[in-house]
Design a protein around this ligand. Structure first.
Ligand SMILES: Cc1cc2nc3c(=O)[nH]c(=O)nc-3n(C[C@H](O)[C@H](O)[C@H](O)COP(=O)(O)OP(=O)(O)OC[C@H]3O[C@@H](n4cnc5c(N)ncnc54)[C@H](O)[C@@H]3O)c2cc1C
Length: 405
């Protein structure tokens, strides 16, 4: 049965199980098979930090020499690379959010058909339905499906990315937005990704193709033009500083700790030594709401995180739906300092944008924390992936990932 671990314990178990197969990952990872046995299926757990990249990397390196698992480690590092890249160019996220591609009713209707699995391509319809039913697609299927959407159906990538974001259990602002931009040819100058029937037949299990009713791609389609030479993408002037690590809390003041979906394992984070009076779990209600599988997965993962936080910090964990509710809870508890794991570019950061100023007017200070993994590795994600990998891969090969959590 296909499973996507939604608790820390089940994610650690899946990691153990997957590592048995990890030496074969490089050869098998591109194949799309029923149940996806040859990939880890840990992306939702890693994206929400039920387990961390550092833990995954360290476990792989404890078991195998670096070169045996290098391909797997590279893939794990792609998430941080995309995050670091977007962190330096937040306007790419803002521009995508502001895109008005959905305004044309004909385009919107065409998107609904492809997204619902009612397109001329059998295999793309299969992937469309798999995404709706499970909240997961294999990486190769994501590439094919995004390419089909953009280059074969001529639909705006922004709407495809929003559809993915609503449905994927692992929906990640950086990996998703930049993955779609890459397929559209807007991420890497001169590179556009076009799905072909030949490639799909090579990597997709024959039984899936048969069940789906074949590939059904028009072989004459050519990729749409890529990057409209966007100078801001390479303009690194005015690079925003990444926040520093933990600020020293004032021991005289009562502390509240914020638990949110970007880091569901506070007890292994920089926040672990704090002694909060209360943990406030920020659970906003996004518009549009997440799909049912995603809402269910998040519900389990949040409950698991809250249980572990209550046990570790020995205090109540209270759910708050809005920043105002968190301020109210802090005032009611007589809190003087609030600590949170700093969110990355994306919806959570957008929702909390005005909040520090609100806290300040109540005389409450805010300490932003960041895992060592992020503060040590992400600054290297300034240009392409391989320059990034050359630096961080060497670091990991030499010293492992222990201490980077
Ligand atoms: C158009 C498009 C959209 C995508 N959207 C997302 C998204 O919203 N969230 C997301 O987590 N990933 C996204 N990806 C990346 C990738 O497809 C998934 O991370 C991967 O398929 C998850 O499956 P897995 O855990 O079984 O991967 P494995 O093959 O087992 O990989 C191990 C881990 O490495 C990381 N990883 C692997 N490939 C990538 C990659 N290309 N980019 C970033 N991290 C990677 C993940 O944390 C993953 O769990 C997207 C890719 C494309 C092409």
């Amino acid at each position: 049965m296909m499973e996507f671990p939604a608790t820390r314990q089940s994610a650690l178990q899946r990691l153990d199980e997957f590592l048995e197969e990890a030496p074969h990952y490089a050869a098998r990872r591109n194949h799309v098979l029923p149940g996806h046995p040859q990939v880890s299926r840990l992306s939702a757990a890693i994206r929400h930090r039920l387990i961390t990249e550092a833990e995954v990397v360290e476990a792989a390196l404890q078991k195998y020499p670096f070169r045996v698992v290098e391909k797997f480690l590279q893939e794990v590092l792609w998430r941080g690379y995309w995050k670091g890249w977007l962190e330096r160019r937040p306007w790419v996220w803002d521009g995508y959010g502001a895109s008005d591609a959905a305004m044309d009713p004909e385009v919107a209707a065409a998107c609904c058909e492809v997204a619902a699995g009612r397109s001329p391509s059998g295999i793309m319809n299969h992937f469309a339905r798999e995404l709706l039913a499970t909240g997961y697609l294999h990486n190769h299927a994501r590439m094919w499906w995004a390419s089909y959407w953009i280059h074969h159906c001529g639909l705006p990538w922004e709407l495809g990315a929003r559809h993915f974001f609503r449905h994927l259990l692992d929906a990640d602002p950086a990996s998703n937005t930049l993955g779609w931009r890459w397929v559209a040819g807007e991420q890497t100058r001169g590179k556009t990704y076009l799905a072909t029937a030949q490639n799909i037949r090579k990597f997709c299990a024959p039984e899936l193709l048969e069940q789906a009713g074949g590939v059904g791609l028009d072989e004459h389609v050519v990729a749409r033009d890529g990057l409209a030479d966007d100078p801001t993408v390479d303009d690194l002037n005015g690079l925003p500083e990444l926040p520093n690590e933990a600020e020293e809390p004032d021991p005289q003041r009562r502390i509240a700790l914020i638990l949110h979906d970007e880091d569901l394992c506070l007890e292994t984070s920089q926040a672990a030594p704090l002694r909060p009076a209360v943990v406030l779990q920020f659970v906003p209600e996004p518009e549009p709401p997440p799909s049912e599988p995603r809402a269910q997965w998040l519900g389990q993962a949040r409950a698991d995180a809250a249980r572990r936080a209550a046990a570790h910090f020995g205090c109540e964990v209270r759910v708050c739906r809005t920043p105002e509710a968190m301020t109210g809870a802090c005032v009611a508890e007589g809190v003087g300092s609030v600590f949170l794991m700093e969110p990355f570019v994306g919806p959570l950061r957008d929702q909390l944008r005005e909040w520090p100023a609100d806290l300040l007017t109540r005389g409450i200070s805010l300490g932003r924390l960041r895992r060592r993994w992020d503060s040590v590795l992400l600054p290297h994600a300034s240009r392409g992936f391989f320059p990034f990998w050359n630096k961080v891969g060497r670091m990991l090969a030499k010293s492992g990932a222990e201490g980077l959590s």
